[in-house]
Design a protein around this ligand. Structure first.
Ligand SMILES: Nc1ncnc2c1ncn2[C@@H]1O[C@H](COP(=O)(O)OP(=O)(O)O)[C@@H](O)[C@H]1O
Ligand SMILES: [Mg+2]
Length: 174
């Protein structure tokens, strides 16, 4: 699917939503499609945050601040090339830290609790235990229309979700 020539905004994307909504899957598809570098936001966490999450303890905003700043730096380093970052980005203030003056397109994967719970149960060896799902859903502040967001219903197979996203991008590009 590479090279359709459809580009949106600056070429900087953050794929967001609660754990299990399909961020990694969609972000890799998007990065492949445009030939952009891909970065897993979860891999930018300081070690102390990973340890906390392994223990099933939700991070607080003080824990998240340095992580979000590192995510922002990654985006800033990819202004010229474009890039796709996964980041749950549940609160508007987190997204403000990610943006901080950059022109970012957020891809918000909207999904139901049932779908996420089923997907998380199938996923093995990931640091985010399903017990954190309720706190994620309680924290989620869906992005506003003023946030340069593309909202995609994450129901369906990965191919279907990607097709929905690319169709939305195409309709914005014209
Ligand atoms: N559209 C989809 N349909 C079915 N399963 C999916 C879909 N997207 C992702 N998955 C699976 O669901 C789990 C969570 O997806 P993932 O992309 O890792 O989500 P996230 O990065 O948001 O936590 C993975 O096991 C993945 O293979
Ligand atoms: Mg992921």
């Amino acid at each position: 699917m590479t090279g359709s020539g459809v580009k949106a905004g600056s070429g900087l994307f953050v794929v967001m939503g609660v754990s299990g909504c399909g961020k990694t899957t969609v972000a890799q598809g998007l990065a492949n499609h445009f030939g952009y570098p891909f970065q897993e936001g979860d891999d930018l966490h300081p070690a102390a945050n990973v340890a906390k999450m392994h223990s099933g303890i939700p991070l607080n905003d003080a824990d998240r601040a340095p992580w979000l700043q590192i995510c922002h730096e990654w985006l800033r380093m990819h202004v010229e090339t474009g890039g796709v970052l996964t980041c749950s980005a549940l609160k508007r203030k987190y997204r403000d830290t990610l943006r901080n003056g950059l022109d970012i397109t957020f891809v918000y994967l909207e999904t139901s609790e049932k779908t996420i719970a089923e997907r998380l149960k199938l996923r093995i060896g990931h640091f985010m235990p399903p017990s954190l799902l309720p706190s994620q859903l309680a924290t989620l502040e869906p992005p506003g229309k003023d946030e340069n967001v593309i909202t995609v219903d994450s129901a369906g197979t990965p191919d279907i979700v990607m097709a929905k996203l690319l169709a939305s991008l195409k309709s914005r590009a014209v």
